[in-house]
Design a protein around this ligand. Structure first.
Ligand code: FCB
Length: 455
């Protein structure tokens, strides 16, 4: 089926400012799609344990099978190729390649990623590898509390080094961490994610260990690979309701905890002073040289952008206006924030080239007569691309865009109830079906390339 091309008639206009070699991609992560949770020597991760605890996952599901990508990766690479993707962002399941998180490596697990990389390269798709997308080997959690202890840092470095040695020459980039804010805050403060704790001081200590592991891994991998190295941060820009005097202050704290807590140490070598004050006794213990370690030169910055947060200190809080509506996650659709935020990052941090490593929406998709007419998703992507292109026009160096996600998949504590994919997955049969948005994205990429004389 061909999607009405008028929906991207302005593609060349829309993306005029984007570089000709701008990368169009899609993203996934291991725990959310692979399945084969204990096959061929794979160790368990903290998400296997978390799923087994009653009440943690909304639909009481687990990641044992997920999208069965472990067995269907060839078909999935074929889907990417059909869309004309330049790039694919995926993560390695640490416990698949090194089941206990330290000690012996699992050759069968490694061979899965060897085959995946070969399939991607054979299809002309650049692999962008993430080392840690939340699935910590359970053994490390049990041995010393995983990210709660500094003992994690040398183990993460050893893991990163071995990945760089084995796969570094075949990947287009390596990101150390995906969204350390989520790991620390949702895993240790709000208990929405594994390991499900509620202790703010611990969450902040975890964030510090994550950042140390990032810096130490970058430093170590430099000696082993020429692949560009970076980190992926989730940014949800805070907008104050501006009704009460306190709204602005609260928005500044929200921004400090989500954006500056990670950007400042990584790009400036210190934590934000106002947030250290705000945290008081919950601020992490930082030892001499920790911040020097964290502050490593990077080749790129990955930004995951979905929504903004609207901060109101009234009781009850003033709701976000939501003029463009909300996604199936309840997240406000507010693409302008992407432009503003990118411009701000460029101005305040002079970061290396940026990739939008995730952007997308959950939608209440329905298959009707073999088709998913997800006009909302097409609209969402279109508006975010407009916002991205505007930022580039304003001088921000953005090199690529990865839609989240290639496939419907396991959406963490929401289980399989939220669908983000370009491809619909029928979990009973594992059948993939291109949604209208997938066809739109395919035609958009083709139009972009032909407008640049690239196809
Ligand atoms: C991000 C995660 C990704 C997915 C999307 C919806 O926070 O990186 O795994 O769950 O949100």
């Amino acid at each position: 089926m061909k999607i009405n091309s008028s929906s991207f008639a302005t593609v060349s206009e829309l993306c005029r400012g984007l570089p000709g070699d701008f990368r169009w991609g899609a993203a996934t992560s291991a725990a959310q799609i692979e399945g084969a949770f204990d096959l061929n020597g794979k160790g368990l991760s903290i998400w296997d344990t978390f799923c087994a605890e009653p009440g943690r996952i909304n639909d009481a599901s687990n990641i044992r099978v997920a999208c069965d990508h472990y067995h269907r990766y060839r078909e999935d690479v074929g889907l990417m190729q059909g869309l004309g993707l330049d790039a694919y962002r995926f993560s390695i399941a640490w416990a698949r390649v090194q089941p206990a998180g330290s000690g012996p490596w699992n050759e069968e697990g490694c061979s899965f990623y060897d085959r995946l990389l070969d399939a991607l390269l054979g299809a002309g798709i650049e692999p962008h590898l993430t080392l840690y997308h939340w699935d910590l080997p359970q053994t490390l959690q049990e041995a010393f509390g995983g990210w709660e202890s500094r003992a994690i840092v040398p183990l993460f470095v050893a893991y990163a080094q071995e990945v760089a040695r084995r796969f570094g020459d075949r990947v287009a980039s390596i990101s150390t961490l995906n969204e350390p804010w989520c790991v620390a805050t949702l895993g240790y403060q709000t208990a929405q994610f594994a390991p499900g704790k509620t202790n703010r001081a611990l969450a902040m200590q975890v964030s510090h260990h994550l950042l140390m592991a990032h810096g130490a891994a970058v430093q170590a991998m430099r000696k082993l690979t020429r692949a560009p190295l970076g980190i992926v941060l989730n940014h949800t820009p805070a907008f104050a309701a501006e009704v009460l005097e306190s709204d602005r202050r609260a928005a500044r704290i929200d921004d400090g905890l989500n954006v500056r807590w990670y950007m400042d140490p990584v790009f400036r070598g210190h934590y934000p002073a106002d947030i250290l004050d705000y945290l008081g006794p919950d601020a992490p213990t930082v030892e001499a040289n920790d911040l020097t370690l964290i502050h490593q030169p990077l080749d790129f910055l990955g930004i995951n952008f979905y929504t903004r947060s609207f901060i109101s200190t009234q009781t009850p809080p003033m709701p976000a206006p939501g003029k463009r509506g909300f996604t199936d996650m309840g997240w406000e659709i507010y693409p302008e924030a992407l432009t503003q935020h990118l411009v701000r990052l460029a101005r305040e941090y002079s970061p290396p080239p940026i990739f939008i490593t995730e952007n997308g929406m959950a939608n209440a998709d329905q298959v009707v007569d073999g088709r998913v007419a997800d006009v909302e998703r097409i609209q969402y992507v279109r508006e975010h691309l407009v916002a991205l292109a505007r930022a580039v026009e304003l001088g921000v160096d953005v090199r690529g865009y990865f839609y989240w996600s290639l496939l419907d998949n396991f959406e963490w504590n929401s289980g399989y109830t939220k669908r983000f994919g370009l491809f619909h997955v029928d979990y009973a049969t594992q059948q993939r079906l291109a949604k209208d948005s997938a066809l739109w994205y395919r035609d958009f990429i083709a139009a972009f390339k032909s407008s640049r004389g690239l196809s």
